[in-house]
Write a protein that binds this ligand. Sequence first.
Ligand SMILES: Cc1ncc(COP(=O)(O)O)c(C=O)c1O
Length: 448
Amino acid sequence: MNESAPIRGGNVVPTNNLEAFWMPFSANRQFKEAPRMFIGAKDMHYTTADGRQVLDGTAGLWCVNAGHCRPKITEAIAKQAAELDYAPAFQMGHPKAFELASRLAALAPTGLDHVFFTNSGSESVETALKIALAYHRVKGEGARFRLIGRERGYHGVNFGGISVGGIVGNRKMFGTLLTGVDHMRHTHDPVRNPYSDGEAEHGVELAEDLSRIATLHDPSTIAAVIVEPVAGSTGVLPPPKGYLKRLREICDQHGILLIFDEVITGYGRMGAAFAADHFGVTPDIIVSAKGLSNGVIPMGAVFVRDTIYEAFMQGPEHMIEFAHGYTYSGNPIASAAALATLDTYREEGLFERAKALTPVWADAIQSLKGTRHVIDIRTTGLIGAVELEPIPGQPTKRAFSAFLKAYEKGLLIRTTGDIIALSPPLIISEDQIGEIVDTLKMVLNDVE
Ligand SMILES: Cc1ncc(COP(=O)(O)O)c(C=O)c1O
């Protein structure tokens, strides 16, 4: 694949040199030896460069909730690009960003009425952490500088996110990170909660970590705690029963803001608009991205309680209230894509569809119990995890082999450590759920 064009002006101009692109979160050398390229997509399938159809078991990267190349969304993007391609995001506006924010506020849990736009989950996380710190400061509680995360949490890749995040591999290379951060223990407990469906039976007591940490540091120094309602990237860890509610209580007791990172659980994945609705626990801030624009155009949104927004709306009116924002916050084309995405979700009843499919999905994925290498399975909403026994001395190798084999057999899965994670578009059919299970059985019987 490394062929080069003729020499032009003394330089060799590469025509298709795989070396130039430093791929994110990828085994670059392995990929470039045997590239896996998608060149098209429609609904539930990708088309590969060699003309094969691959069933999308992961909604791209947990983002294509409405399925691929949906007409309403592609048309909205084309129309917007021709009409108003860009408008400055600072001190200027355009109607679609306001319309989108209003639609989102109506979709979000009651009280989370204000929306700050970003371009990704990572930026949404940074934005939420900064809002939390600044909120306490504008209220005269500047001593609240600490942020609490959780082991095995994933909050994107920027410095705030990796600081509150709990994935060692994502943190260890990057120096001192943010100071004033502490972590609760994770809730992964397959011994007490084997083959769990929905909320885990055991582990509510782990929420008391927040009390302990608050007591250790003095609660009046803590600004916020951030958790994924269902931890996704470290292998799908549904919360123990009562856990999120208890976090809410402890936060209320100590004036700590509760942030839910709903980058993967938002926009229907749990069979409701947000996991907050599904679990019946309302945080103070919701971080979202991915499914917001169906993954088609980068976009994120941070929802805040009206009391938080109002706390900033003080002082002289010509002054900027919050010194934060991105060139592309509320970008017109992204806003148009997100509006069309929300229309598609509503018109096709996709959140309700996900809810109705949840038990079918759970039964199907849980039926992999007993398959070779499988040591645990977790299902919740339209999310599943199949945990494999690692090859001794070679962690992650078995799951990676399963990923390659599944791709060969026409199924896209994702792996993290030795865990296979599944999160299909919400338009998946029951037959396609069956196909995922059958393919995984074949794959697991094939891999070493
Ligand atoms: C919970 C969570 N937060 C944040 C992110 C980061 O999102 P992005 O990759 O869009 O920056 C992700 C991405 O998977 C995520 O799962």
